[in-house]
Design a protein. Sequence first.
Length: 206
Amino acid sequence: MNPPIYDPLSPDLQQNLRADLRRELIARRQALPDLAQRQAQLAARLRQVLDALEPQTLGAYCATRGEFDPLPTLSEWAASHPECVLALPRVSEADKTMEFIVWQPGQPLRPGAYGIAEPSGTQRIDPTTLLVPCVGFAEVGLRLGYGGGYYDRYLAGREEVYTVGLSYACCELHQLDMQPHDQLMDLVLTEDGLYGLDALSLSLID
């Protein structure tokens, strides 16, 4: 396994350096030789965390560019947890906002912004638990995204939302300087560990 990458960036450095880091991390996860095994391990860990959290409304995402795809796991988990309402994001490129639309396993998805699938329904909700894709992450729960800021803007002022970042272990960063707009994850979940503010409280699942 590759060691965690050190990110020496600060807010004053050029953003294209962060773009280089994102490209490296995306390439790392897409090149994992044992990807299927890691996906299965992360799926099992996700089920354990969901059982522990018992969310009533759960926001997820449609995977892209080698992200872990949570929807098969959620479809299986939701079958035995019908009380949980699932939702997926819909992005507006015009005003750079994101909202969550109620979705049920099996419902069709449509092409959305940035080539990412999105729900075709109309019922909007604000999930109390949110699965968040991470390009990279630091141990404290700091997330590196794609740079669009959609999740940071959505989560700003929503301290009540419990956030679970999903990533692969190869995308861990030794250091990631926090930007003013960054929102810390309560948990970051990989195939081999828990990170973030609440990692210790849920360590019993390991």
